[in-house]
Design a protein around this ligand. Structure first.
Ligand code: MTE
Ligand code: HPA
Ligand code: MOS
Length: 699
């Protein structure tokens, strides 16, 4: 057909037909079977988009239907697992349950969530010298794109260069799943020796890419007569989709966060990664943590409702303390769980909120309010210890300007601002003198993806290491060459060199120039690997996290009991930012995370039909919070602490933890519905959409 350059099938792949990141179970192009609707089968290379679309219409593929499974429990029954099941155990639940005064059991569901980055997936590539290829990719994981493209092309990683300018959002969706798009562009460019671009439209992106893993879970919680939680058991059925992708790692984080901020002496949590015929599900802010936390919060709510007490009594009573042990063996230290909780209930005046809500509910027949408290304890580090490393490359140019490269990808989370701050602070110069380069695999290699909220910590510490090397050389140069006195103290502040606390005739610019003349090395490569962390999967114990981030949210909602609609009146938070190095960025992350979490719990509904076809495939059918549905009020208080030394400049990671405050919205809405209809049955099934609310109001 006119305009068609080439059509590739799996038979044309020069290397391996494989894009699986953790487990090699995902073909780049389908070979003999397709496992989900939206799986890539052919790669059409055309002169322009219209020609490619024409060709798609003319191609007929005959597919013999096989049974479709979309439900994780069904997949589990049939023994379809993506990876071995995992189990974390602390104490002895069997014995403990036999001694509990109260035991409650139930099930929960939490739905998928579309990352909905504003910039869709995509890449472009061109052939370069030495039979190589350069890919510009919208990815959180430049090295993952490089590795995948090299494997599919059958070349060494040194022949694939990946360059990443800032992204229009990732939210986990481009941690692993950018690889296929980058590889498509690379394969066309490398084989055809022409530049090639591959960017899906929004509907294609939504149809073809994986989302947050939906979970179906069972819980059993046991309490003594004083409402201490003695035992907790849960089984998680993760809907993984048709290939492992990141699901095994996500599964693990679900177990790490299965008990949230609570200290429970006897715990047994089991997780199964179930293989279904959906697009492979993947990372989304929180990475399985939110799915685990939702279940324990449901269990506590269940217990409180049944015992006719307020859930916050059970929550507060069982909150962790320093010295307690997480089910995975790490000892709780520097816990801010109780301090965040107590400060939130104090400054947001929980007692009067309770009274006001009761009063409102007495006054209004068809509007009801509800409130809920949501504590969060989130572990910082990749759960895979190996991934907690980073590098940075710094050049000080002879005119005093600075070029900084790290493995960090800017996707809106503000990491570039933080990297600028690190270099500027270390050198004592203005950020205006520093340029942050794009993230590039030939400048900084073997990067971990920008993920796990750890990007600023890992890359910031590597960058600090590189800057310190150069600074040390400059300081030594001054001491030995310029002042002839090694005992003097040298400091650079506001681009002025201070010798023995006195401003000298040297400034940053002429210092750099003189150092260059004397052949001092003005470049450095920094490396950082998080110390102390470890995890032994054979016994499921260790110290996987550098530190934890804590916080508590109070959520208040109003439900319109005629229509089933609701609004979120307020989300009020006390959050442990450590010693924030950039309050504007950190506040933005906190607000964004809250809104995204509220969206997941209330309105964002990923719907597939029985054949695994995505029905919520556009912004008309998939609703995310807009300006009308965001909380009317978001208040965020910075907990006053010194932060943690494992964090860059003691400024704690902030990317993911606030998302989980959104879980409070589910329970606040549920409580409002119960205020209208105390006998309503409202399953712990998120999102709690207006449709579900309406059904519950008038069962
Ligand atoms: N914020 C914006 N604006 N855009 C994003 O894509 N991704 C989130 C979070 N905040 C994201 C974001 C996710 S999933 C993670 S893991 C962190 O940012 C990653 O960045 P960090 O490690 O620098 O926090
Ligand atoms: N968090 C986020 N992304 C990841 C992780 C993690 O713990 N492990 C691998 N990718
Ligand atoms: Mo975030 S889900 O770790 O990219």
């Amino acid at each position: 057909m006119p305009g068609i350059v080439k059509i590739f099938s799996y038979k044309d792949i020069p290397g391996e037909n494989q894009v699986g990141g953790i487990i090699p179970d995902e073909p780049f192009l389908a070979d003999h079977e397709v496992h989900y609707q939206g799986q890539p089968v052919l790669l059409i290379v055309a002169e322009n988009e219209d020609a490619a679309e024409e060709a798609i219409r003319e191609i007929k593929i005959e597919i013999e239907p096989l049974p479709v499974i979309t439900d994780p429990r069904e997949a589990f029954k049939q023994g379809k697992l993506l990876s071995p099941s995992r189990k974390f155990v602390k104490g002895n639940v069997e014995v403990a349950f036999s001694k509990c005064k109260y035991i409650f059991e139930g099930s929960t569901e939490s739905g998928g969530q579309e990352q909905l980055y504003l910039e869709t997936q995509g890449a472009y590539a061109y052939p370069t010298e030495h039979d190589s290829v350069k890919i510009f990719s919208s990815t959180q994981g430049p090295t993952q794109v490089q590795r995948t493209a090299a494997m599919v092309l059958g070349v060494g990683m040194n022949k694939v260069e990946v360059d990443v300018p800032r992204l229009g959002g990732g939210f986990g969706g481009k941690e692993d799943q950018a690889s296929a798009w980058g590889t498509m562009a690379a394969m066309a460019a490398w084989i055809l020796k022409r530049p090639a671009k591959c960017i899906p439209h929004r509907m294609e992106d939504m149809r073809m890419t994986g989302k947050r893993n939906p979970y179906s879970s069972d819980y059993k919680i046991g309490l003594d007569e004083n409402h201490n939680i003695i035992a907790y058991e849960a089984t998680f059925y993760q809907n993984g989709g048709a290939a492992a992708d990141l699901s095994p790692a996500i599964l693990e984080r679900t177990l790490f966060h299965a008990t949230n901020s609570y200290n429970i002496p006897h715990v047994k949590v089991v997780a199964h990664s179930c293989k279904t015929n959906l697009p492979p599900n993947t990372a989304f802010r929180g990475f399985g943590g939110p799915q685990g936390m939702f279940v324990i919060e449901a269990a506590i709510d269940h217990a409180a409702r049944s015992l006719n007490i307020a859930p916050d009594l059970i929550q507060r009573k069982n909150m962790m303390d320093n010295g307690d042990e997480f089910p995975y063996g790490q000892i709780v230290s520097e816990s801010q769980a109780k301090s965040c909780w107590d400060e939130a209930t104090d400054i947001y005046n929980l007692e009067s909120v309770k009274k006001e809500v009761d009063w409102f509910n007495k006054q209004n027949q068809f509007y009801k309010k509800g409130w809920a408290l949501m504590p969060v304890c989130f572990g910082i580090s990749f759960t895979n210890t190996m991934m907690n490393q980073a590098r940075a490359l710094v050049h000080v140019y002879s005119d005093g300007t600075v070029g900084v490269s790290t493995g960090a990808v800017e996707m809106g989370q503000g990491v570039n601002s933080k990297m600028l701050q690190v270099a500027a602070t270390c050198f004592g110069i203005s950020p205006g003198k520093i340029k942050l380069e794009s993230t590039n695999t030939t400048r900084v290699s073997n990067t971990s993806p920008s993920a796990a909220s750890s990007t600023a910590d890992l890359n910031g510490k590597a960058l600090l290491n590189a800057c310190n090397q150069i600074k040390e050389r400059l300081v030594n140069f001054i001491k030995t060459e310029l002042t002839d006195n090694e005992d003097k103290t040298v400091e650079i502040k506001d681009e002025v060199v201070y010798i023995n606390d006195e401003a000298s005739i040297f400034n940053w610019k002429n210092l750099v120039q003189q150092a260059f003349m004397k052949r001092i090395n003005l470049s450095a490569k920094g490396h950082y690997a998080t110390p102390y962390i470890n995890f032994d999967k054979t016994i499921e114990k260790g110290h996987p996290f550098a530190y934890h981030v804590y916080g508590t949210a109070l959520t208040i909602t109003t439900v319109d009991c005629l229509r089933g609609t609701y609004k979120i009146d307020a989300v009020k938070v006390v959050h442990d930012f450590g010693s924030s190095m950039n309050r504007a960025v950190d506040l933005g992350q906190c607000e964004g995370g809250i809104v995204q979490g509220v969206g997941w719990m209330t309105m964002e509904e990923v719907v597939y039909n029985a054949d695994g076809k995505l029905l919520s495939n556009a912004l008309s059918t998939y609703k995310i919070p807009d300006i009308y549905s965001v909380p009317k009020e978001i208040e965020i208080k910075f907990l006053n602490t010194d932060g943690n030394d494992m964090a860059i400049f003691r400024s704690k990671a902030v990317g993911e933890p606030p998302l989980m405050y959104g879980i409070g919205a589910f329970f606040a809405i549920r409580n409002a519905v119960l205020a209208f209809n105390p006998t309503a049955t409202i399953p712990y099934s998120a999102p709690i959409t207006p449709e579900k609310v309406l059904m519950a109001l008038y069962k």
